[in-house]
Design a protein around this ligand. Structure first.
Ligand code: NDP
Length: 330
């Protein structure tokens, strides 16, 4: 069963639930906007579906109700942020502009974030950079739910990475993906809706292949693309953990309050100026023909396009009724 909600209803539901959970309004606004954007783009696993988790992390005290994050400009290129146990969208709202400003000046910049709870998609941050004419790469780690290739033991998070390439006269090219075969939220939704998972998504607690989402939730996910996805996931553990002064997923779990919400950890965001790095005003002269050729190949669907098309719709969004009842009960 589904209920139809307007974009305004979704924003208000998210904002009111978060403030009921005790969040200050600035943080609630940032998270509600992220939830609304996910629903509008059709990214169901990172919209309202995450709201009970956000609420629980406010209630458990893991996430600060009224955080006081800070930014330290270590060098012109390295901006270091202490999230003060806030939700990540607040940090993006406060500090992405600083990253954009310094990257436009010197060509490259890193926003290194500690003590933040990331429970969302990553395209909002990379797309913001690309909308400002910069290339963006962002990644974050999670809790250990993925077995490295060859093992049958959890060590990696679902570890998403997003990349955005700016275009002067079009939406940026953006991909945003978990390095696990499937995002955990999608496995949880499949379990809720009684769907089987594609072969190769995960293994049960004994290391046997299974397409049953409940068995994968008790067991573990696999990386996408075998050992190659496994290596990418390892890279993200190191970039979003030790590089930003934070823990890897296994240690994050040891310190985590298991309240159903996101753990506290790090995020790595890299911004690059195509003008300054290429040394060309028309830095896109070789990129545009390539992107056009790629998009016009028969069978190719450009990443981000689905979301950009969804975003133009002002129609109501269909939301799972059980989820809505769960949110209302909060
Ligand atoms: P998908 O597998 O759905 O999509 C991955 C990327 O591939 C997207 O950019 C998507 O573009 C594109 N794509 C999807 N289908 C096709 C296709 N048929 N042909 C070409 N391109 C395609 O994403 P995931 O399930 O891996 O991840 C979902 C979300 O979960 C991400 O936003 C990620 O950031 C988030 N996540 C967050 C975590 C966290 O800890 N915060 C942890 C793990 C995941 P498009 O967007 O246009 O569909």
């Amino acid at each position: 069963m589904k209920n139809s909600l307007s974009l305004e209803d979704i924003y208000n539901l998210a904002y009111n639930t978060l403030t009921k959970g005790g969040s200050c309004s600035e943080q609630a606004e940032a998270v509600a906007q992220t939830i609304l954007s996910a629903e509008q783009d059709g990214s169901v696993s990172h919209g309202l579906f995450r709201l009970p988790g956000y609420f629980n992390s406010l209630k458990s005290g893991k996430v600060n109700l009224n955080p006081n994050p800070s930014l330290h400009k270590v060098t012109k290129a390295v901006l270091k942020c202490d999230g003060d146990r806030s939700f990540a969208p607040l940090i993006h709202k406060l500090y992405l502009n600083e990253l954009i400003k310094s990257t436009k000046e010197i060509g490259i910049g890193v926003l290194s974030i500690q003590r933040v709870a990331h429970f969302a998609s990553l395209w909002p941050e990379t797309e913001t950079l690309a909308d400002n004419g910069l290339i963006g790469i962002a990644c974050t780690s999670y809790l250990p739910v993925v077995s490295p290739f060859g093992a049958s033991e959890k060590l990696f998070g679902t570890n998403p990475i997003s990349f955005a390439w700016p275009r002067k006269n079009d939406h940026p090219v953006v991909f945003d993906m978990a390095t696990s075969s499937l995002a955990l939220g999608d496995v949880q939704i499949a379990a809720r809706d009684g769907h089987e998972l594609p072969v190769g998504t995960g293994i049960d607690a004994n290391g046997n292949a299974t397409t049953d989402p409940n068995q994968v939730l008790k067991g573990m996910l696999l990386p996408f693309g075998g050992y190659k996805g496994s290596h990418l996931s390892m890279m993200i553990e190191l970039l979003a953990g030790p590089l930003v002064g934070e823990t890897t997923s296994d240690i994050t779990e040891e310190n985590n309050i298991d309240d159903g919400g996101p753990p506290l950890g790090g995020q790595f965001i890299l911004a690059m100026s195509p003008e300054i790095i290429s040394g060309l005003d028309d830095w896109d002269k070789n990129a545009e023909p390539f992107i056009n050729k790629l998009s016009n190949l028969k069978g190719v669907r450009m990443p981000g396009k689905r979301r950009h098309i969804n975003r133009t719709s002002l129609e109501n969004i269909e939301v799972n009724s059980d989820l809505l009842n769960k949110i209302y009960s909060l």
